[in-house]
Design a protein around this ligand. Structure first.
Ligand code: ADP
Length: 952
């Protein structure tokens, strides 16, 4: 017996009985001695079932060599085999079967599982016989039935295996799984379910197989009771085929435990399964961990300083954290589904919002965004992507960083200020170094500058003292002495000025003055020099800017004169234009910008900063021989700074220079009453301007337009004549420059007056930088209506035009004061004057001058003597030096006023200190005027005249 032959599966008991019956039937139907069902492998045959109606020697489970039995033929041929008489077949002569007496045989192989050999079913008989077709087909039927049964066993086995696999699979899962039937009864559970039931205090008899799950759900207690009805309805809807899926998150049944589950109910589908038996699969997943994580995350998210918003791919809000809700002071439902930007109170998308970038790049983007209320927010846009990289939504975070941004700005500003300060310090250091170099250079220069005129003075005066000198030579020497002393005086004045400024000893006056006066004063100072060169000096100032200002007129004039003087000094030909512009006007102050522009040699860039430093000069060879002491610009700079202004220049060598400065002035309490306003009947009057200088034409045009006139400009006399002849609407006024190419102004005037075609003769104002006296004698002068000195200011243009057309112009008494003629100065000056002066030279000088103007001069050497003289004689005026040997001039004056009661006697101070402080002191002491030393003869005469005139 070969034990290795085993069936790879058990033949079920029911089948065994079946097979027994099959064989009984077969033996009976075919009327044979025996029937077998065998199991065969390649070598052996094992008898599984037999049925023999006579006693035979083979038993069930016998194993026989396959080669010994007839079945080998059926197995080999794979079909039904019939042996009618084995005795006549040689092959079977020694076979076991023949030995056992089986002579005939009918057998057929049996297969399972599609052509897998199982064995055979066969019959044998002890007699030779032939099997009928019917008998053969019966055997075939039985074979088929066997095969069917075998296949069924196989299928069932598979099914069972599958069920086992599924069971163990489900048991291996942590999810709790149960299958329920239509009534809700649990028909299947996995291990996790059973354990879960136990853990939740529901032993398997309560929650396991056979229990109605629908019922226990509805009756749930503890924390999950709140969700029990929802669960019941959901499960039912799946059982009844209304839903394909129902899910529910619910807290643990057990009141002791803090756990969460997610229930998932799906329909149970299965082929060949009785639908009545199974209806739905229920799984429970323990989501406590996730819930805890969520709660933790929510806790974090809600307590963050940042606003967090989750939005859909089309930017509609889906969720906001607590910070956001508090910031917007609203409930979540008020935002849900709204556009993200609506929460900020914006109609449109926030500019610069990083979400847009995040959308395009699919990456996190951030930006600092300024909201309309001025606050700054650090915003981040974070795309929320699924595993394939598609955008599911966006997370927006926003943090108010206003304070941080402001602090950073402050720091930046602070750093910039530091940097500026550093630069300033560096510059100051450089400046100081340069200044100290310049100072020592200056000392060397100065000694040279002072010695040169001093040498001339001492040398020439010695020569003058020689007895037998020709009168002409002596005069020549004296003129040179005079020039040298003037130069010396200028230098000394500059140095004194500077040192006063340096020691802060200069107080700026705060008095009302007129801008036009300053311009005219400047012209007066420079006119002589300007007229010696082919240079046109022009003022350009918008007529509408305020003329009356509060400030120090003299210092203002000094700055402008310094700059203009330089321009004229260094320019050989062309023009010098003084331009004024208003830069700022508030209730209290006016800031003007002045520009002095020339067509001179210009200043090389490397010298530009330097020339403002004291004692430094642009040692440019092109201006050699023209330089002064190098103090003018330094003084101007100091003065400008005192007026809260700045001074700078723009220049290119060969292109001329423009010196700019700004200055701040007060506004007078009484604003100027509109002086510059023409009578209405003059509105739109046609004026022809004749000037060859384009800047002059432009300026005149501007001034005239501001007066509401209609100016037209031409560049020469000939064109002017043509214009006048042609003009349909005649001109009422011509502003005629004197110096013109071709016909000059007077010649043109003559031609105009003599031309019959010019029917309506205009008034003609002649304009020139030359004195009236010089031109008055020239032919044609009798035809002009008036003369106007150039450069002119808008107010003098206005005054002249008004005069010409017979309207009264402004009161100009002040100017008259300075324009006293020689005769006027002499007139009535036989007054008696007391000169209080201790310096002998000054005594002689003053006496000489005054006496030459017919004054009687008495001299007092000190205060005491002065008082005595005043007591004894009657004087018309006292010229009082301030520094006297006994008591000073202030005290002497006080005594005159208080002790002697001479309140009317004019007392004029003579002083080298003309600072505001001294002026006030003089005023307090009762002095009437001040004359600065060294004495300017004209100034002294005018002041004496004024004071004595008042007295009279
Ligand atoms: P100075 O008494 O030498 O004129 P400033 O201080 O007024 O002294 O000027 C300093 C230097 O600046 C002058 O020596 C001259 O070289 C240069 N400078 C000033 N103004 C001009 C100008 N308008 N054109 C050319 N150079 C000028």
């Amino acid at each position: 017996m070969n034990e290795s032959l085993n069936l790879d599966f058990e033949v079920p008991g029911s089948l065994e009985k079946n097979w027994q019956r099959i064989l009984e039937l077969l033996v009976e139907l075919l009327d044979v001695n025996a029937g077998f069902i065998t199991k065969v492998n390649s070598e052996n045959l094992r008898v599984l079932k037999l049925n023999a109606n006579e006693k035979i020697e083979i038993a069930e489970d016998d194993v026989i060599d396959l080669a010994e039995v007839y079945c080998q033929e059926a197995v080999k041929k794979e079909k039904m085999v019939e042996i009618n008489d084995a005795r006549s077949i040689e092959k079977w002569q020694d076979s076991v079967e023949l030995e056992m007496g089986f002579i005939s045989y009918l057998g057929i192989p049996v297969y399972y599982n599609q052509k897998k050999l199982f064995g055979t079913i066969c019959v044998v008989d002890t007699e030779a016989r032939r099997f009928t077709e019917k008998e053969k087909s019966i055997l075939k039927e039985f074979k088929l039935s066997l095969e069917n049964q075998l296949n069924n066993i196989q299928t069932n086995k598979k099914l069972k295996k599958q069920v086992e696999i599924i069971q163990s699979l489900l048991d291996s899962l942590t999810a709790h799984i149960a299958v329920i039937d239509r009534k809700g009864e649990i028909r299947f559970t996995n291990k996790a379910w059973d354990k879960f039931g136990e853990k939740n205090g529901l032993p398997s008899e309560e929650a396991g197989k056979g229990i109605n799950y629908l019922k226990i759900t509805r009756e749930a207690k503890g924390k999950s009771s709140a969700k029990s009805e929802e669960a019941f309805e959901g499960i039912k809807s799946v059982i009844e085929g209304e839903k394909d899926l129902f899910t529910l998150e619910y807290p643990c049944h057990s009141p002791e435990e803090d756990r969460w589950f997610k229930m998932r109910v799906t329909p149970f589908w299965g082929s060949g399964i009785n639908e009545e038996d199974y209806a739905a699969i229920i799984t429970h997943e323990d989501i406590t961990g996730r819930k805890e994580k969520e709660a933790f995350e929510n806790n974090i998210l809600n307590n963050l300083e940042e606003i967090i918003i989750y939005m859909s791919p089309d930017f509609k809000i889906k969720w906001l954290n607590q910070t956001a809700l508090e910031y917007f002071d609203l409930r979540p439902e008020e935002f849900e589904g709204k556009f993200c930007y609506e929460k900020w109170g914006l109609k449109d998308y926030c500019p610069k919002c990083p979400i847009k970038k995040a959308k395009n790049t699919k990456k996190m983007a951030s930006a600092i965004v300024k909201k309309p209320d001025g606050s700054y927010w650090k915003m981040k846009g974070i795309p929320d992507k699924d595993e394939k990289g598609n955008i599911k939504g966006y997370i927006e975070t926003a943090l108010d960083v206003t304070q941080r941004v402001k602090a950073e700005e402050n720091i930046k500003e602070y750093n910039r200020a530091l940097e500026r300060q550093k630069q300033k310090l560096l510059q100051a250091k450089k400046k100081a170094e340069k200044a100290s170099r310049a100072k020592s250079e200056f000392l060397a220069n100065m000694s040279h500058e002072i010695r040169t005129p001093m040498n001339a003075i001492t040398g020439l005066s010695e020569l003058c003292l020689e007895d037998n000198l020709e009168e002409e030579k002596r005069c020549n020497y004296l003129r040179r002495i005079n020039a040298s002393s003037e130069y010396l005086l200028n230098i000394i004045n500059d140095i004194l000025d500077l040192s006063k400024i340096e020691d802060k000893k200069i107080d700026l006056k705060e008095e009302v003055f007129e801008l036009d006066e300053v311009l005219e004063q400047t012209w007066l100072v420079i006119a002589e020099k300007a007229k010696r060169k082919p240079i046109e000096v022009l003022f350009s100032r918008p007529p509408e800017i305020p003329n009356r200002l509060v400030g120090d007129k003299d210092r203002m004039t000094q700055i402008l004169t310094n700059l203009t003087k330089n321009s004229i000094k260094y320019t050989d030909s062309g023009e010098v234009v003084i331009n004024v512009e208003m830069k700022e006007k508030t209730d209290d102050v006016i800031r003007y910008q002045f520009a002095v522009k020339d067509t001179g040699p210009g200043i090389p860039p490397e010298k530009q900063e330097e020339i403002f430093q004291r004692f430094s000069r642009a040692k440019d060879p092109t201006v050699a021989g023209k330089t002064g002491a190098g103090l003018g610009l330094a003084i101007s700079q100091e003065l400008v700074e005192m007026m809260n202004g700045e001074i700078w220049l723009e220049s290119e060598p060969g292109e001329g220079s423009i010196f700019y400065f700004t200055a701040e002035f007060g506004r007078p309490e009484e604003e100027e009453n509109q002086v510059i306003s023409t009578p209405p009947e003059m509105d739109g009057m046609r004026v022809l301007v004749v000037d060859d200088n384009p800047s002059a034409r432009e300026i005149s045009e501007e001034y005239l337009q501001a007066l509401d006139f209609k100016p037209e400009v031409v560049a020469d006399g000939e064109t002017a004549l043509e214009k006048l002849k042609e003009a349909r609407n005649s001109y009422e006024l011509v502003l005629m420059d004197w110096k013109l190419p071709g016909l000059n102004g007077l010649e043109t005037t003559q031609k105009i007056r003599g031309n019959p075609r010019i029917q309506s003769q205009p008034k003609i104002i002649l304009v020139s930088a030359y004195e009236k006296e010089e031109i008055m004698t020239k032919p044609g002068y009798e035809y002009i209506s008036d003369f106007m000195i150039k450069p002119f200011s808008p107010s003098s243009l206005f005054d002249t035009i008004m005069d010409v057309f017979g309207y009264s112009s402004r009161d100009i008494v002040q100017e008259q004061e300075q324009e006293l003629s020689e005769e006027e100065l002499m007139a009535g000056s036989d007054n008696r004057i007391l000169l209080v002066e201790d310096n002998e030279t000054n005594q002689v000088l003053a006496r000489e001058i005054l006496e030459s103007y017919n004054y009687q001069v008495d001299i007092a050497e000190d205060g005491m003597e002065a008082l005595e003289k005043v007591k004894s004689y009657q004087f018309d005026c006292v010229l009082m030096d301030i520094q006297l040997p006994d008591f000073n001039g202030y005290e002497a004056t006080r005594k005159i006023r208080n002790e002697m009661g001479l309140s009317e006697l004019p007392v004029i101070a003579l002083t080298a200190n003309v600072m505001e402080k001294h002026r006030r002191e003089a005023e307090n002491a009762g002095m009437n005027e001040m004359i600065s030393k060294p004495i300017d003869i004209e100034e002294m005469l005018i002041k004496i005249k004024q004071e004595t005139a008042k007295d009279n």
